[in-house]
Design a protein around this ligand. Sequence first.
Ligand code: SF4
Ligand code: SF4
Length: 383
Amino acid sequence: MELSVKEKNDLIFDPLVCVRCGYCKSTCPTYLATRDERFSPRGRLILSQKLLEETSNFIEQIAIYNDLDTCSKCLECERVCPLNLRPWFNFIKVKNRTFMGKIETYLAKLLVNSKLFFGFIFSAMWRWKHRKIEENLYWDAISVSDRNAESNTGSDLHDILFFPTCFGYTVFAEERKKFQYLFRRLGVNFKVLSEKFLCCGAPLLLSGDFESFRENSRKFVLKIKKSGANLTDKVNLIVMGGTCSWIIRDFIVPDNFEELKNVEVHEAVDFLISLIDSDVLVVKKNIGKFLLHKPCHNHSQSLEKFLSKLRLDYEVTDFYCCGFGGSLFFKHKKMSDLLGVNTILRKNFDFIVSSSPGCIIQLSKFANVRHAVDLIFTIAQDL
Ligand code: SF4
Ligand code: SF4
């Protein structure tokens, strides 16, 4: 680990400034699930300082890397820290400096840059899900109130770009088609940011490879420009999934502010709900009791408000982190499963509803899960 003095000061800033008050512990899902200080933001900050001070040997470094790596990047520690520290961001920067971190960033680069590799993984997931879609069926099956369609065709929506993300072309292709169908049915004119494996760069950012992330962001910006959207006026970018919309809103747009200052990022379910007048929806049949899982990267209340207006029978998960985040799902099965089980513990439900592709993949290990757009689609059919 060779660090310049400035790099070292930057990295060690959070651990030194942290007053060890422990507020972050009370909301950290990995601490709440294990009650082990090593898996709390405060504990990880102390470990990251130890790593940087090089007081640990190689074996200890691997153990510390693993403890930092079990952070799910749910952002709760950042939300509650009275000193506005961002512990999770410190962890990805620090672990990126280790031998294991270098391997991780190499794999992240391979994942994002190799379309073949990307295509292979997602095709495998696609086969696993065994779904076949007939888009025409949707046109016959659904009816959305004309009043609703007319009221939302207004020109105040400006340019609308729909970014389905890599999930929307693979495991969640059916859900992408439902979004596209409902947007059209609600009178929205949109263009699809269509390159199948165009990636927001989440794996690069979360592995701490900021240089490659910025390179990828440039490709993303060029793609938006090539779409023909008028960037001198307001552009609505509709993104499938909380994590990708968070990465674009909080990192890609600020990093490319001059070009993207008129771009407003919306998570797709939130945007869809904003178009639907829930007063005209009447649910005619009992769809069962469900558990609403709100993803940690999207704290919007809109889906919950929408569902409560429809008087559906649901409960909200009180453990917000399902265990998919960061590298957990792939590398730390035990912690990932523990968080998943905690999410649904002591609840009675027929199925789970979530708007995040990652959360749906994770929670499918434990129960039946439906994408929120699928639920809205079903409700719309019942009109
Ligand atoms: S809340 Fe902030 S200052 Fe307090 S222990 Fe956590 S990181 Fe440190
Ligand atoms: S991002 Fe979430 S899991 Fe990671 S340290 Fe913060 S609160 Fe804990």
